[in-house]
Design a protein around this ligand. Structure first.
Ligand code: GCW
Length: 681
């Protein structure tokens, strides 16, 4: 059934006849040498991939014979590869990179998938299969690739009872009850999918952590998952609840300066590494949203992180310490707190600590300016945290292709070391010369048959992985690959569907939070509009939510006359964002409180512009519907209907957002909705 289970790894017969015969011709046999579990995975993947794509059983040999062959391996495992003399070309590719090369030996043609390590061969194999899936020419291959970032990690917000915090695609994949003995095929397919896009780590548990996962029973279960993932280069990490020494260790304190607490974490790490020798390390949310942390004992984040870092350091483990912190200490503006707490700690973290920073300073909003910590902690490797799951983006039923949003942050210029100091360069280590680098994506995966609930949610998992590997790829290229692999190479489908995808994020921004509005979602669950919410419980969330609408205007003044959060950016950025005339319009109300009659770039008043943006958002969804409807002939009925139904839901949601926000904001603006726009219902 076309239920989406196979994700982008569909190895159906190549439809282009000329391509098909060229591929069959070039791959007379398959040679994969070596016997590691990873090489076994390579052999299996290439074999099943080629059998499907070429529509015939590919001959598998131990050494190249008479026919043109596809040869995969390392110089160490394959004498043939060693003898081709490419060892020098492989050297700069490190331990994950690979080379795809068309070559001649003794008058015969070969296609090589070569790497320094088995895992590099696996990554190269997936790339090779992608070339076939997307109908590329493979006759003159000479391409190499290696990741720009070392730790490319999914963060699962999965609880031990299998609920998923902000998960909209069923329950957690990890079947703790049947583990460690039962290894669901789904774990293997999960690892395959991740490896196919270069993801090499997975944090299994929610950052709102449960200490139980660190007990012996669970460690055995985690070890079983690690064993299943290992051939695919996927390392396992866990979230560490800071108060675990009390909760499961019987200690009276979790103070990081207490020797008994330090000893507890060391012993715990010894125990974990005994079961999982390549355990990746810990991810920690501390002193944020009520989670315990070092500040409970008057210690700072670095003191907390360093204690854990010392415990895993002997094994090569790392600590990913989150900078997503806020409480009511900064009642005037939550956006400032992470910078204020972390910036002064620069240079005090151990070498194996990464500080994991969300893309923006508030919280995974549909659109946020980049987090001011990027560029600002030169002595600390900063890890990017993106959200793949669509907590604030319509959740499981909305089509929002997120690559353009990721790119917007990655390409943003921090000016930390002059022009061109992009966020991407900070996290890939080139800006401040770090070799420890990382990027995380909060997973959107669950037990739904198609993994992500919405078929197009798969594209966000896919694009996160592709950008983690190579942030210079364009959103268009990534969409192109994904559509071709997931659906078809037929241009009459690829082009319009890419158009849907590439415009979808802006459309969602328009009907939810245009012009820099943010966090006006309904309280707590964050689904649907709720700009009227005033939280009575938290000092930092009082006043009128984050839009600050009043009779004069709307927007959060973060300039000197307001919270001055803008001063956390490097001067050229602070100047631009802080200046009403220069701030990019997409961030206007993020930084400025603007009068209702203020003239924006279009020449309209701010109020009218808001009305037009909200209504453009609705129209954007209707355009997506029209395009999708015209695709019916090009796609199987099952996926066609699924997406169609979800788009219908999205249209309703878009109208709901538009009507709710405009009618609410109108109670302040007291101005009419422009004549030519559809009236809110
Ligand atoms: O976006 C907020 C979410 C919380 C989440 C928190 C975080 C895991 O609403 O559900 O908790 O961020 O990132 O820690």
């Amino acid at each position: 059934a076309e239920d989406g289970y196979r994700l982008w790894q569909r190895y159906d017969l190549v439809q282009d006849a000329a391509k098909l015969s060229a591929y069959r011709q070039a791959i007379g046999e398959l040679v994969v040498t070596g016997d590691s579990p990873t090489i076994a995975a390579v052999r299996k993947e290439l074999q099943s991939g080629l059998n499907g794509l070429l529509g015939q059983a590919v001959k598998v040999s131990q050494a190249p014979g008479q026919s043109p062959a596809l040869v995969a391996g390392t110089p160490a495992s394959s004498a043939f590869i060693k003898n081709t003399g490419i060892t020098d070309r492989l050297k700069p590719l490190g331990d994950e990179g690979y080379l795809l090369l068309s070559t001649q030996q003794n008058g015969r043609s070969y296609t090589l998938i070569a790497a320094n390590s088995d895992i590099g061969v696996l990554y190269g194999s997936f790339h090779f299969l992608r070339l076939l899936q997307t109908n590329q020419d493979i006759s003159k291959l000479s391409l190499s690739s290696k990741p720009k970032i070392r730790h490319r990690v999914l963060n699962h917000w999965d609880n031990l009872d299998r609920t998923v915090e902000r998960g909209y695609s069923g329950f957690s994949l990890w079947d703790w009850h049947r583990l460690p003995d039962y290894i669901d095929q789904r774990y293997i397919d999960y690892a395959r999918a991740n490896a196919s896009i270069g993801i090499n780590g997975t944090v299994l548990t929610n950052v709102n952590a449960n200490a139980l996962v660190l007990t012996a029973d669970y460690i055995a279960k985690v070890a079983a998952l690690a064993d299943a993932f290992r051939p695919y280069g996927l390392k396992v990490y866990l979230t560490a609840r800071f108060s675990a020494p009390i909760e499961i260790g019987g200690l009276k304190t979790a103070d990081p300066q207490e020797p008994q607490v330090q000893a507890w974490w060391k012993e715990k790490s010894d125990e974990i590494y005994k079961a999982i020798p390549d355990f990746g390390g810990f991810l920690v949310k501390a002193n944020s949203e009520g989670q315990p942390g070092p500040q409970n004992y008057g210690r700072n984040h670095a003191e907390g992180a360093n204690m854990l870092a010392d415990a895993v350091a002997p094994y090569g483990g790392i600590v990913m310490w989150r900078a997503f912190v806020y409480d009511d200490k900064e009642p005037d503006d939550r956006a400032k707190q992470a910078y204020n707490e972390f910036k002064p700690l620069d240079g005090t973290f151990r070498d194996n600590v990464l500080v994991q920073v969300k893309n923006g300073a508030i919280d995974f909003q549909p659109r946020e300016p980049f987090h001011p910590l990027f560029g600002a902690m030169p002595k600390t490797p900063l890890m990017m945290e993106f959200q793949i799951t669509q907590e604030y983006l319509g959740q499981g039923t909305s089509l929002a292709y997120l690559s353009p949003m990721y790119k917007e942050t990655l390409d943003a210029d921090t000016h930390a070391k002059g022009k061109g100091s992009t966020v991407a360069k900070d996290i890939d280590g080139t800006l401040h010369k770090h070799s420890l680098t990382g990027i995380a994506g909060v997973a959107n995966i669950g037990t739904d048959r198609n993994w992500t609930g919405h078929h197009f949610g798969q594209a966000n998992w896919y694009s996160f992985g592709r950008l983690a590997w190579d942030h210079s790829l364009s959103s268009e290229e990534i969409a192109d690959e994904w559509v071709r692999m997931t659906f078809t190479n037929t241009l009459a489908f690829v082009k319009p569907v890419k158009e849907i995808m590439l415009g979808s994020h802006e459309t969602v921004v328009n009907y939810m939070t245009p012009l820099g509005l943010h966090h006006i979602m309904a309280w707590d669950h964050h689904y649907g509009p709720g700009p009227w919410i005033k939280d009575k419980h938290r000092a930092d969330w009082t006043s009128v939510y984050y839009h600050k609408a009043d009779e004069n205007g709307i927007g959060f003044d973060r300039t000197k006359t307001g919270s001055n959060a803008v001063a956390q950016y490097f001067p050229p950025v602070a100047k631009q964002f802080g200046n009403l005339k220069q701030v990019p319009e997409k961030y206007l109300l993020w930084f400025h409180h603007v009068g209702w009659d203020y003239k924006v770039k279009s020449g309209r008043t701010l109020w009218d512009e808001l009305c037009y943006r909200y209504s453009d958002g609705v129209k954007g969804v209707q355009q997506m519907q029209q395009i999708w409807d015209s695709m019916q002939e090009q796609v199987d009925e099952e996926r066609f209907q699924h997406v169609k139904t979800f788009l219908n839901m999205q249209e309703k949601e878009a109208k709901w957002w538009r009507d709710a926000c405009l009618l609410y904001f109108q109670t302040f603006s007291k101005r009419p909705i422009p004549q030519d726009l559809e009236k809110p219902a």
